[in-house]
Design a protein around this ligand. Sequence first.
Ligand code: DMJ
Length: 647
Amino acid sequence: MLSPSRKESVSLNLIEQGRGYANGKQWRRQSCWRKWKQLSRLQRSLILFIVVLLLICGVATYPSLTERWKGFSDRALREEAELKKDSGLKPFVLELQEQPGLILPEPPSERKVPNKRGPPLLQNRQHKKGNSSSALLAEGKPEPKNAAEENGKPVVSWRGAMIEADQVTDSAAKGKADAEVEDTAFLEPESVRLEAVKEAFRHAWKGYKEFAWGHDELKPLSKSYGEWFGLGLTLIDSLDTMWILDLKEEFEEAKKWVATELSFNKNVDVNLFESTIRILGGLLSTYHLTGDSLFLDKAIDIGARLMPAFNTPSKIPYSDVNIGAGTAHPPRWTSDSTVAEVTSIQLEFRELSRLTKEPRYQMAVNEVMKRVHKLEGKQDGLVPMFINTNSGQFTHLGVFTLGARADSYYEYLLKQWIQGGKKETELLEDYLQALEGVKKHLLNRSSPSGFMFVGELSHGHFSSKMDHLVCFLPGTLALGHHHGLPAEHLELAKQLMEGCYQMYVQMETGLSPEIVHFNTHSGSAQDIDVKIADRHNLLRPETVESLFYLYRLTKDRKYQRWGWEILQNFNKYTRVPTGGYTSINNVRDPEYPSPRDKMESFFLGETLKYLYLLFSDNFDLISLDKYVFNTEAHLLPIWPQTEGATV
Ligand code: DMJ
């Protein structure tokens, strides 16, 4: 039983609690106040002190808390974008982008990159502020805008939106991220891409026209020209590019020069290979595109003048011909020719025979292939780099590369087979055997990221050196698969393409050096090393050439994105304000890439042409079922089935 006083107290409490249900806040306030009053002065001071301390801590940590929260929300956006990409939905970042006034925050990339080394996705942003290459680029022009900017909408850079800084510092992870992107979400629209290439061409042409018109090469910094053969090399190399890019005005001017100024009746020594692939190839290609007999006549003229090169004891041609005097000779210091040079003139001379119905051109170059086919000194289909014009034998045995001096031998085995309607089985056999040799002796993976690359073999010793020139191989492999060779070729092409792309991505300018060394030792800190003497970039085409084939044949948009990055970096580091582009000495120094003052003709003949074709979604534009490209990107028709492979 309860005592009355306790009863009272209980009833009072009940009443108070009942009131509490009705007016709880007031009751709690009174109860707290009463408790506060019951505390000693010391206790109250202590509590007040703790509360003030907590308040101060709260104010101090507020920014990092908000940052953290912001980080979570950014990541959530990116994760959502990834998920939607996989499911084919439009990423939320893009939906936001389309809403006026909404701009996503940039990831804190610049602060997270400790040094200059790393992919240009980051470097580009790093350099945007005080642009280093401004010496080259100070044209007073704004940087090219993307489509959304053009439309006046707020823009989130696709780089900023998609890639976290710590993600891109790991190149392997970056490669994976790229492989997952298959839509157009982060790519400029086709019209913007194509126009960017046309603009680059016009800019290069401006320099050539103003300072080097009718000469071989532009020297854009000294606003002058260089002469190699004195035959307007850049102009002829560029003809079919202008036609494909639909630059009519420029094409007509150039055509007029060919019609009125170009003469091959000159007492000048030319290199057989270079003048075949650039001049003969360029004229034949332009003839096929335009149907204008002017170009065929000129092609026949130069073709005939190059023929004395084949008057050798071995039928292996000399490297040099005097096209005016009709004499030929090897270089002064040797009677050797380069294997790639004597085996990469066949597409052009074979086509010349088909067009003229004169067998002598094709017979001369077919003879070279027959002899090389039978030669000893190969290793599993791989050829040495030199061949003697007297003995007809390989020299400097035991050294094998897919780079300089051997590269286009492999390319032309496949392409001659395609050109001739896939009937010449010896060519195919040699090609397939060589690929076995590549797999057996030259393929390797880098450390730490495992990028596939093609090294070299010297007297049984593997070297992890790779020329940028080797980057033709992914494209050639993919082309072979398109023409019926096993799927394994395409798989290898994809892996090698990644390695070639890394040769750009890993450099501070985002442009590849001429030669790299891949690291193969486990525990290496970085995949790629570059020797000081190899740091130059000559505006070469091989990587964008392969990107073109890979995109055409896989439709994977990442190849277009890679090409887009490369074009941006050419614009950033090699473009000369007064017109033209220049080779550079140092791809590792974005502050001063050290321009060389030379624009190679293949920049217009090949690099920009392949970029344009890479960015085009019109797969009928130079169909790979109708044409083969020679090694200078000039197109030649695949012969109709009714026409024989042998003349
Ligand atoms: C071009 O002249 C040709 O592509 C050749 O096969 C290799 N060298 C240059 C481009 O790099």
